[in-house]
Design a binder for this molecule. Structure first.
Ligand SMILES: CC(C)(COP(=O)(O)OP(=O)(O)OC[C@H]1O[C@@H](n2cnc3c(N)ncnc32)[C@H](O)[C@@H]1OP(=O)(O)O)[C@@H](O)C(=O)NCCC(=O)NCCS
Length: 106
């Protein structure tokens, strides 16, 4: 999970963000969801090994068969207070039926 700077590998951060986007979309729609696009991912701060992270997903837009989720990663140190946003990304997910065709989100 860690790169040669001893901070979280960016690809791992994106994996975690995609998982949270999926969970957020699924909890919102209670349908089978797949990721169709990642719109943008910004890395604002590095995440040192041993830090605590919290990922928060929010549905920001609802279409017919698709929706958008923003995922923020917050970082905090284990033995001091304070919390900072380390990364943010936007993902589009599509609801699919049992034949894997798009189906209404709601
Ligand atoms: C998701 C999938 C079923 C959509 O099929 P499709 O034939 O492109 O579907 P449509 O063109 O009818 O579009 C369906 C919806 O997706 C949206 N969409 C399609 N491509 C998109 C893209 N690149 N970015 C954002 N939204 C997109 C459309 O706008 C539409 O939204 P709406 O109904 O809310 O208006 C198909 O692309 C697929 O199976 N992709 C692979 C998914 C996958 O394996 N993900 C990784 C693992 S989860």
């Amino acid at each position: 999970m860690i790169n040669h700077y001893n901070t979280l590998f960016g690809g791992m951060a994106m994996l975690l963000m995609d998982e949270v986007a999926f969970i957020t979309a699924t909890r919102f729609s209670r349908r089978r969801m797949v990721t169709v696009s990642s719109d943008k991912v910004d890395f604002n701060r590095s995440i040192a090994a041993g830090a605590l992270v919290e990922l928060v997903g929010v549905v920001t837009q609802v279409g017919h068969t698709s929706l958008k989720v923003r995922v923020d990663i917050f970082v905090e140190q284990m033995y001091s207070s304070g919390r900072e946003k380390a990364a943010t990304g936007a993902f589009s997910l599509v609801a699919i039926d049992e034949n894997k065709n798009p189906t209404p989100v709601l």
